[in-house]
Write a new protein. Structure first.
Length: 290
């Protein structure tokens, strides 16, 4: 998700108290325009669930914002926020928060699996606590960005484990592409959603990134690693042939991830998506493949 999504906190909170479907859609579009646009291609019955999931994912991502007191408290503030959501999911108490009630309604109706949402929370916890190696990072990316698209596929009625596994990989492709696109801004904001071993190969450390800026050469090395991982996940996802149409719709953010992974200068983080991005998503939907 673009780093600027945190600026939508006030609107998201207003959506939670307002409670209208229209305000939820408005907040989702502002907080996560990529996933919002792609969610419009889901079956009509799944679109409200998609807006709720986008809002839930946004709340989890807010926990990753670097607090001013990081040097004293470390990741504790973010972990407390995530624990609140874990308690909601596991205890079933919305605590008078409208978004929480909407998430619990999805679970009660069987639209989304509880384990998928818990795994999304755990992925954010892992990022806050540090990702020691590539295996931990891959799991976090597939449970976080991948899990988000799996939840949307579940809301669209997909239950086949093999299909969901491929959607999870394509969600990871979108997550990788977003990191390629926004990496300098993400690191400058204090986040470090990368494994320690990859940082070491680029001559960086997690603690060092909090006090210094990586060089263009180091950014290029990290982007090359991300592109390779994205290509690997794409190949595995494509190996199973065409996805069912609802699963394809849930996987459409991968189209944007692939565009972001292209070689060459990455787009400045403030540059909005263009017509080419939207047309690429539409064409993938019409072709029936990514």
């Amino acid at each position: 998700m673009p780093p600027g999504a945190n600026a939508m906190t006030d609107r998201m909170d207003a959506c939670q108290s307002g409670g209208t479907a229209l305000s939820l859609m408005h907040a989702a579009r502002k907080a996560d325009p990529d996933r919002f646009f792609c969610a419009l291609f889901l079956p009509a019955a799944a679109r409200h669930a998609a807006m709720v999931l986008i809002a839930f994912n946004h709340e989890c991502t807010r926990a990753l914002a670097l607090p001013a007191s990081w040097s004293v408290a470390g990741p504790m503030a973010g972990l407390i926020r995530l624990q609140w959501w874990r308690d909601v999911l596991e205890g079933g108490n919305a605590r008078r928060v409208e978004l929480a009630a909407s998430v619990l309604d999805l679970l009660a109706r069987g639209a989304v699996r509880r384990g998928t949402l818990v795994a999304m929370i755990e992925a954010r916890e892992c990022e806050l606590e540090g990702l020691p190696d590539s295996a931990a990072w891959q799991a976090s990316m597939l449970d976080g960005a991948g899990g988000m698209q799996v939840a949307m596929a579940q809301a669209a009625g997909i239950a086949d484990a093999g299909v969901l596994a491929r959607v999870r990989l394509l969600g990871g492709v979108y997550g990788v592409g977003a990191l390629v696109r926004y990496l300098p801004a993400v690191l400058a904001a204090g986040r470090c959603p990368l494994p320690d071993d990859a940082l070491a190969m680029a001559g960086l450390t997690r603690d060092g990134l909090r006090t210094g800026r990586p060089t263009p050469t180091q950014i290029a090395a990290l982007r090359a690693m991300l592109r390779q991982q994205g290509r690997d996940w794409l190949d595995r996802a494509r190996a199973g042939g065409r996805l069912p149409r609802p699963a394809l719709a849930a996987s459409l953010p991968a189209v944007l991830g692939l565009r972001d992974m292209r070689e060459g200068p990455a787009a400045p983080h403030a540059l909005p998506r263009g017509m080419g991005d939207r047309l690429a998503v539409i064409m993938a939907r019409l072709r029936g493949r990514i």
